[in-house]
Design a protein around this ligand. Structure first.
Ligand SMILES: C[S@@+](CC[C@H](N)C(=O)[O-])C[C@H]1O[C@@H](n2cnc3c(N)ncnc32)[C@H](O)[C@@H]1O
Length: 467
């Protein structure tokens, strides 16, 4: 906000917490909420749309802005559409499905542009048109559902309610999941009922059915399912039969034990498996082995778009040494490996590094090396062990962006080209400031819509080092 806007905002009458006020909305913000004004006072409200006039109940009123809950749309924005999902506003996902996909894309582009204001001279940075996801619905290749017994005794499986984490919503249809996943989910609940299984109780840490994880490979249209239980009371053979019966594309079912106190859907032990435990996914020319536990971008066809932009930013000629920093399972480095001389990767999670090495081997690549460890420690160690310089750098940090020390270390490599891949335009903008101070020019930024129906947007920034 500029100083004059801030002053005007301070003069605007601040509503009381709990008060219902009429708000006119004119924008969307990163985080998904619509930005509205009531007599000049800014109120952020989820599920409102730019162009709406609505009644909002204020639940937070700070000096400069407030947050509210949408009570009633008095005059809908002309663009508003009916959300397809009955769980809209309840499950917390897909919070932009009341907007047409073109409108979502326009706002994502604007939000990326606005985030750049943190950068001195941001007006000269070219923001390319957003690249659309090939699929706007049913694009997720991995879903996790949690089981619960409702107080009325009904067994359900679905998502945690964001406003009440302990409550599980009954999800029969999810518009982000490929349809076979819905069939597998329903069969799992029916089989749980048939076997009269209990659901995990997060308070007492007892119970059988806990989570169902389903994965999809777009390349071969196969699926894998993992049933996670808190104890061994399940008849796994019958459970697997029930799932395999409803979906011929289901290539394997596994059973894992998960009695951990945290809600993470991870097996401490895989007890039994029927059929496959790994799927093969293709991104561009490369094949990736994706197990139920491995990290993989959740929109496979969208990931190809993102990686193509990153590869373009790197301007590889086949002679360069590329460092893939925060490499996960090595997908970006491997995607670029045929266009580079050597690829190095650094990643904190040891299992991801294991998968990266396997993926490189399964593509017959001989020019890759992946190292596990924290960037701040592993980068100096890696640079000591290899001779020469890094010519190209791709960074894809977590949502919080880069830790300052790691950023400084990476900038000190003075790679002539950097592709900064980010899922958070605000932390990306913050990290680009030191890069510019270190002598880099931000040539362009391309937003990529990997997550239609949500506010999330990925970006690739191309940086070149000034001579
Ligand atoms: C956004 S993901 C990158 C995913 C990968 N590039 C891909 O496209 O599949 C960020 C990765 O950074 C890793 N990470 C987080 N902090 C790290 C650190 N301090 N040092 C090294 N890796 C880190 C995470 O484990 C995660 O795999």
């Amino acid at each position: 906000m500029s100083t004059t806007t801030e002053q005007a905002q301070e003069r605007a009458p601040r509503p009381r917490k709990g008060e219902a006020v009429e708000v006119s909305f004119d924008a969307l913000a990163f985080g998904g909420a619509a930005v509205g004004r009531r007599e000049g006072f800014v109120v952020f409200t989820k599920y409102a749309a730019p162009g709406d006039r609505a009644t909002v109940r204020v639940h937070r009123a700070k000096k400069n802005y407030g947050e509210g809950e949408l009570v009633e749309v008095l005059h809908p924005a002309p663009e508003r559409i009916a959300p397809v999902c009955p769980l809209f506003t309840k499950c917390g996902g897909c919070s932009w499905q009341h907007l047409p996909i073109e409108t979502q894309r326009t706002w994502k582009e604007r939000i990326v542009r606005d985030s750049l204001r943190a950068i001195p001279g941001y007006e000269s940075i070219a923001v390319h048109p957003l690249i659309a996801s090939p699929d706007t619905w049913r694009y997720r290749n991995k879903m996790e559902f949690t089981f619960a017994r409702w107080p009325n005794g009904r067994l359900v499986a679905g998502f945690h309610r964001p406003d009440n984490w302990r409550e599980i919503l009954d999800v029969e249809n999810c518009w982000l999941a490929p349809e076979p996943m819905e069939r597998i989910l329903r069969a799992a609940v029916e089989e749980g009922v048939r076997q009269n299984l209990t659901a995990w109780n997060p308070k007492s840490h007892e119970g059988t059915l806990r989570q169902l994880v389903i994965r999809h490979s777009v390349a071969d249209d196969g699926f894998l399912a993992l049933i996670l239980t808190g104890d061994r009371a399940i008849d796994f053979n019958e459970f697997a039969d029930a799932l395999l019966r409803v979906e011929p594309r289901l290539k394997g079912v596994s059973w894992g034990l998960n009695a951990a106190q945290s809600d993470v859907a991870r097996a401490s032990d895989i007890l039994e498996s029927r059929g496959l435990t790994v799927l093969e996914e293709k991104l561009g020319d490369h094949t990736f082995r994706v197990s139920l536990a491995s990290f993989f971008q959740t929109n496979s066809r969208g990931a190809v778009k993102l990686y193509e932009v990153a590869r373009e930013a790197l301007e590889l000629t086949g002679r360069e040494r590329l460092l893939d920093a925060y490499c996960g399972t090595g997908t970006i480095g491997i995607f670029c490996a045929n266009a580079a001389k050597e690829v190095y990767g650094i990643e904190l999670v040891q299992d991801a590094v294991h998968d990266a090495r396997e993926n490189a081997a399964c593509n017959g690549l001989q020019n890759t090396m992946f190292m596990p460890g924290d960037m701040r420690v592993t980068l100096p160690a890696m640079m000591n062990s290899i001779e020469g310089r890094i010519d190209r750098l791709v960074v894809d940090p977590p949502r919080g962006g880069m830790e300052r020390k790691a950023l400084d270390q990476l900038l000190a490599l003075r790679a002539p080209r950097i592709a900064y891949v980010s899922c958070n335009p605000t932390t990306m903008a913050r990290d680009l400031v030191p890069a510019i101070e270190a002598g880099y020019t931000v040539e362009w930024i391309t937003p990529v819509d990997m997550f239609p129906q949500t506010y999330h947007v990925e970006c690739v920034a191309k940086l070149t080092l000034k001579q």
